[in-house]
Design a protein around this ligand. Structure first.
Ligand SMILES: Nc1ncnc2c1ncn2[C@@H]1O[C@H](COP(=O)(O)OP(=O)(O)O)[C@@H](O)[C@H]1O
Ligand SMILES: [Mg+2]
Length: 245
């Protein structure tokens, strides 16, 4: 199976080379665990390799996301100007049951504030701009639009199907409000081909960050939680270390 470099130092080693190409990988973690950093580092690194990246911002306008990530040494604006990174503002979708109002016409703004509109926008950009990496960050607000589990299920299925059809290698992040250990399995975990957990563990008065590849279909991978840190260059994983000594 062909692999894609993740751009996250140490992670490729756990994956035996990188993400399996064309798959959708879910990154699960609590607020502050580094999901957005992970997603952007993946896209930015791809852009450096000449692979076009699409960032779909669901929680905050892209400008806010960029400014939150400005302490990392990544030239996101430069990449955007050169067309290697494209940002889509999908935050209007967040409003539960929002009316189908029109957005101001601008290149690659979502035309209709509907789920279908978002899917169409993503597919159009992928086709026209030669995108090979997608990050949807986070999928959570989208789910709040739907009142019944059945509606949520349909929407998620449709979304994952369409990501898969793009042939891109995609990261979808999902926000967790409880400990990774205590969570109940969510539908999106069943729909993705890979699941990566970002744990925050309190141990002896210290916060320990640990990353764990829970599943990655079709490849052999490390299954242990491994320490990671967030520093000036983004996320770094220590693939040989154990979390407790
Ligand atoms: N330059 C930096 N150096 C070290 N840590 C940083 C830096 N910038 C951000 N962080 C850390 O990264 C965290 C934010 O990660 P983020 O990707 O926004 O998480 P999430 O999307 O899961 O909420 C912050 O809580 C902060 O601890
Ligand atoms: Mg985030």
């Amino acid at each position: 199976m062909e692999r894609l470099k993740t751009g996250i130092r140490g992670l490729d080693e756990l994956l035996g080379g990188g993400f399996p190409k064309g798959k959708t990988i879910l990154v699960v973690g609590s607020p502050g665990s580094g999901k957005t950093t992970f997603a952007m580092q993946y896209l930015y690194h791809g852009a450096l390799l000449g692979e076009g990246g699409l960032y779909v911002s669901m929680d905050e306008p892209p400008e806010n996301v960029k400014s939150d990530l400005s302490s990392f040494g990544w030239d996101l604006d430069g990449m955007e100007k050169s067309g290697k990174l494209i940002f889509v503002d999908a935050t209007p979708l967040k409003r539960a049951g929002g009316s189908e109002e029109e957005l101001e016409e601008e290149e690659y703004k979502i035309q209709e504030i509907t789920f279908q509109g978002l899917i169409r926008t993503i597919r159009k950009i992928v086709d026209e701009e030669g995108i090979s990496r997608i990050a949807v960050d986070p999928i959570t607000p989208l789910m709040l639009r739907y009142e019944t589990p059945l509606e949520r299920r349909r929407a998620l299925l449709l979304f994952f199907e369409n990501l898969s059809r793009t042939k891109c290698t995609s990261i979808v992040t999902t926000e967790l409000r409880t400990s990774v250990f205590r969570r109940s399995f969510q539908l999106e975990e069943f729909l993705s081909q890979g699941v990566i957990l970002l744990h925050s563990i309190f141990h002896a008065g210290n916060l320990i960050r640990a990353i764990q590849i829970e599943k990655m279909r079709g490849i052999a991978h490390d299954v242990q939680p491994r320490p990671y840190r967030i520093g000036r260059d983004g996320i770094e994983v220590f693939p040989k270390d154990k979390i407790f000594g």
